[in-house]
Design a protein around this ligand. Structure first.
Ligand code: FRU
Length: 480
């Protein structure tokens, strides 16, 4: 097994040890953000799935808690969500925490409940499980995302789940009896991959009263950066079913890197923000990445909004402001002309940092950007190419990569400047790089495995000068 060359990420969530995949059961309850996750506590390889558990109050610092749900005679505990049953619709008590998850056993999948009376510290599986069984012919029937639709006084529970090449919607008055009420399916398929881990939520457009619903899904294969990735749809949800407002040919991706999968958003976020995070890996190689004592990491929590573009209403993702509390040593530059060969960041080193830079796009630069985690034969490069209006994230020389032929690649996304300017906001944390470009219009998230000594940084401009309006560099550190 390959040894992980770098030490653990300091501000991204990682499991205490061994294997982790999807985030599950994200919910805010009585002062705590809960984070559950697909967990194999005994091995660095995917296996009998449990729900691991952590809590925190700021989306950045997490405290590991004992395992919440264990596999049993009914099967493994696959992905799902947690809701707070404020009105005791299910009969387990008022304001009880309820997990809705998939049991997987011998190729059959069904939906189940577990409840907790002590803020998620201990759980009891419902004796009447399963609450929703797969139709006989369906092999894939999993990953329920449940939320309350309507006002507190009047409404119902909604469940969306992934069933192969479609998302199915169900409604319920009590979380126990579920009625099918629609699906989004064939004809809107991006790829041949199986769909997984849906999430569905309403967002404002450009901060106005106008809203749209967004449906995110995990697609197992054929995504822009290869392997698994996250697609999204924009449309309307009437409490029963979702209708996309775009034709099937319009395929929208939430991230253009290789490592943003199975994302889920928090239910009941106290300030009504929609905050989502994803698993920073890819089923192509998740089981074979370098490893010391843990395997798997989550992305930064991102705040989601919608904006209207010439092409239609699109998702915008920004790192949550809570991350600013990590900022340590700061360097600032403004109005610099970057000429080829010069390196504004020559004096800096780091493996956990943030760069926020605004550029003015000139007529004669071929490309410009940043190299991070530079060392002996190693670098990871973030580039903007004005002529092609593209941002790229190149991990072909980022460190260990020979564990899978699909890993050492350049990932790219189309992006036009806004009134001639471009903003790159970059987060590096040991073995991850996340790029939020033009205020979160597009994101690229990749894992990397550089050696611990690769700490160099560079800002470059190729074949012509680049005008830098402003650049802020922050070392990021965990504060006690
Ligand atoms: C997505 C997924 C889910 C499933 C879980 C199993 O990564 O395949 O569909 O519930 O992982 O660990």
């Amino acid at each position: 097994m390959l040894t992980h060359p770098s030490s653990r990420s300091i501000y991204h969530f990682t499991p205490p040890s061994n294997w982790m995949n999807d985030p599950n059961g994200l919910v805010y309850y009585q002062g705590e953000y809960h984070l559950f996750y697909q967990y194999h506590p005994e091995s660095p390889i995917w296996g009998p799935m449990h729900w691991g558990h952590a809590v925190g109050c700021d989306l950045v610092n997490w405290q590991h808690l004992p395992i919440a749900l264990y596999p049993d005679e009914n099967g493994m505990v696959f992905s799902g969500s947690v809701v707070i049953d404020w009105k005791d619709t299910a009969g387990f008590g008022e304001a009880v925490m309820l997990a809705v998850f998939t049991h997987h056993k011998e190729g059959r999948q069904n939906q189940n409940l577990a409840y907790s009376h002590d803020s998620g510290r201990t759980w009891t599986k419902y004796a009447g499980n399963p609450v929703l069984s797969a139709p006989e012919h369906l092999h894939d029937f999993r990953d329920p995302k449940v939320f309350w639709f309507g006002s507190q006084a009047e409404g119902h529970w909604v469940m969306c789940l992934a069933a192969g090449d479609r998302i199915m919607f169900f409604i319920s008055p009590d979380l126990i009896h579920w009625t099918p009420c629609g699906q989004l399916g064939p004809g809107l398929i991006a790829t041949a991959g199986v769909w997984e881990t849906p999430d569905l939520f309403e967002l404002c457009v450009d901060g106005s009263q106008e809203t749209r619903w967004v449906l995110t899904i995990g697609v197992q294969g054929g995504c822009p950066a290869g392997g698994s990735g996250t697609q999204y749809f924009v449309g309307q949800f009437d409490g029963c079913t979702f209708t996309s407002e775009n034709p099937p040919e319009t395929i929208l991706w939430a991230d253009y890197g290789a490592d943003y999968y199975a994302p889920q958003s928090w239910n009941n976020e106290p300030s009504q923000r929609r905050i989502m995070l994803g698993w920073m890996s890819n089923w192509q190689y998740a089981n074979v990445t370098p490893f010391t004592t843990w395997r798997g990491m989550f992305s930064l929590p991102r705040e989601l909004t919608l904006t209207r573009t010439a092409a239609g209403v699109r998702l915008v993702q920004q790192p949550v402001p809570e991350l600013r509390n990590l900022r340590g040593e700061h360097k600032h530059w403004q109005n610099e002309t970057i000429v080829p060969g010069a390196n504004l960041l020559a004096g800096l080193q780091g493996d956990s940092f943030e760069i926020a830079a605004d550029f003015q796009i000139g007529p004669d630069t071929e490309s410009f950007g940043f190299r991070v985690r530079i060392g002996e034969g190693e670098q990871t490069t973030i580039t903007y190419i004005p002529g092609e209006q593209k941002v790229t994230l190149d991990r072909t020389h980022s460190g260990q990569s020979d564990f899978h032929p699909g890993f050492a690649r350049i990932h790219a996304a189309d992006l036009a400047p806004i009134h001639g300017s471009l903003r790159l906001h970059i987060f590096v944390d040991h073995s991850s790089v996340e790029v939020f470009a033009n205020h979160g219009q597009i994101t690229l998230s990749d894992s990397i495995f550089p050696s611990a000594e690769s700490l160099g940084l560079e800002m470059f401009s190729k074949y012509g000068a680049t005008q830098l309006n402003a650049l802020d560099f922050y070392h990021l550190e965990k504060k006690p």
